[in-house]
Write a protein that binds this ligand. Structure first.
Ligand code: MLT
Length: 393
């Protein structure tokens, strides 16, 4: 006699990409305790929260300490003040949202992972390479996954042409993690039209929209018709340094239906049952991050990280190593030199120069032979890494 487990877990790799990397680095550190490792692997920010955010948090903490202003359970979809702040933020992109279309959560990763709950057994289209959570969360639920294979030839921007006309759940990430590729209006319109024609739903991950330079859509809702076929997930992690503070949102338009069911209501039902809301202090912090002053401060942080990206980009240009990214994205995506595969290059950098990056193959088969470096390190660490790589490569 034995309980049954969810055997779909057998279909995912034993350990999550970034846990794998952390384990390898820990093993190296144990053998070489003196090594000064530079971590340009996981895209974790290093600049502190900005003054506007901190003062909003301090004020909210003080409120929590007084009987008159103390708050208990937060509304599961977010207080109106933060839903309003998100809706106001989208006005920048010419997108109008009503408050009930904004669902505030503790992270894009949670929403990406949880959204599988409200869909049935569809074929899921997932770009390759891309953020591994889309694939793993669908595999864990036993979904059928097909890959939208991308390469340097298509600029790592897979398109719907050639796909069988069917209803799919389609994941898009723009700017893409890890490649930094960003869909232009025409390309995103092609995806939206494909989804409308086939009754598909797009899950659009815009976590890196704050890094876009130039005339690219920041939100899928800039494309007419997307409000009938797309969900959007975004976060303050990379924009306002909230990786450890945790606040994100999912947009579920009222006009998005599947088989007559309004997805907004489905998601509301799911969240009300399984989620108890983001802490009040964090929602106040997020509201401050989205205020005009907060946005200005975040832009300065983004500019700082992009300065790091430029240092890395200059290095690979000098070395004649093919790379992309670093323009609309905080990641540099490079071709591993000397025909090395992704993990070989990872080991080589760790052993020889103690620089940690992320193997491209961790983002999908099409990422094999590539490598990702993040520009979220400090300026000093990035300069030090560039110096070491300059001598080594
Ligand atoms: C990454 O390095 O790809 C991201 O930091 C992971 C994440 O956002 O969960």
């Amino acid at each position: 006699m034995s309980l049954k487990l969810n055997d779909h877990y057998k279909n995912v790799k034993e350990s999550y990409l970034f846990s794998d990397i952390a384990k390898r680095v820990a093993a190296y550190t144990e053998k070489h305790p003196e090594a000064k490792i530079i971590r340009l692997g996981i895209g974790d920010v290093t600049l502190p929260l900005t003054p506007t955010v901190i003062s909003a948090m301090e004020k909210a903490v003080a409120e929590m300490g007084k009987k008159e202003t103390f708050r208990g359970y937060a509304p599961e979809y977010g207080y109106d003040f933060i839903r309003q702040a998100v809706a106001d933020y989208y006005k920048k992109f010419g997108v109008t949202l009503s408050l009930n279309e904004v669902f505030v959560s503790d992270g894009a990763k949670s929403d990406v992972g949880n959204i599988v709950d409200i869909f049935g057994d569809n074929t899921v289209l997932i770009p390759d390479p891309v953020y591994p959570v889309y694939l793993d969360s669908n595999l864990m639920s036993g979904r059928r996954v097909s890959f939208l294979k991308a390469s340097s030839e298509d600029g790592f921007l897979p398109m719907p042409s050639g796909l069988k006309e069917d209803s799919y759940l389609i994941y898009l990430c723009s700017p893409n993690n890890p490649t930094g590729a960003v869909y232009n209006r025409e390309q995103l319109t092609a995806w939206v039209n494909f989804a409308l024609k086939t009754g598909s739903v797009i899950i659009f991950d815009s976590a890196y929209e704050a890094y876009i330079k130039g005339d690219y859509p920041h939100s899928v809702y800039e494309i007419p018709g997307a409000e009938k076929c797309a969900v959007e997930i975004c976060s303050l992690s990379k924009t306002a340094g909230f990786t450890g503070t945790r606040c994100a949102w999912t947009i579920m338009p009222d006009t998005l239906t599947v088989d007559g069911v309004v997805l907004n209501k489905r998601w509301a039902r799911r969240q009300a049952t399984k989620f108890n809301g983001v802490p009040y202090v964090i929602q106040r912090a997020a509201e401050a991050a989205l205020s005009p002053e907060g946005q200005k401060e975040s832009e300065a942080s983004v500019a700082y990280y992009m300065g790091n990206a430029a240092l890395l980009a200059d290095l690979f240009t000098r070395k004649g190593i093919w790379f992309t990214g670093g323009i609309c994205s905080p990641y540099i995506w490079l071709k591993c030199p000397n025909g090395m595969n992704s993990w070989e290059f990872f080991d080589s950098l760790l052993e020889n120069v103690q620089v940690v990056g992320t193997p491209g193959s961790g983002f999908g088969e099409c990422g094999e032979g590539y490598f990702r470096l993040t520009s979220f390190g400090s300026r000093e660490a990035t300069e030090e890494a560039v110096g070491r790589l300059e001598k080594f490569l």
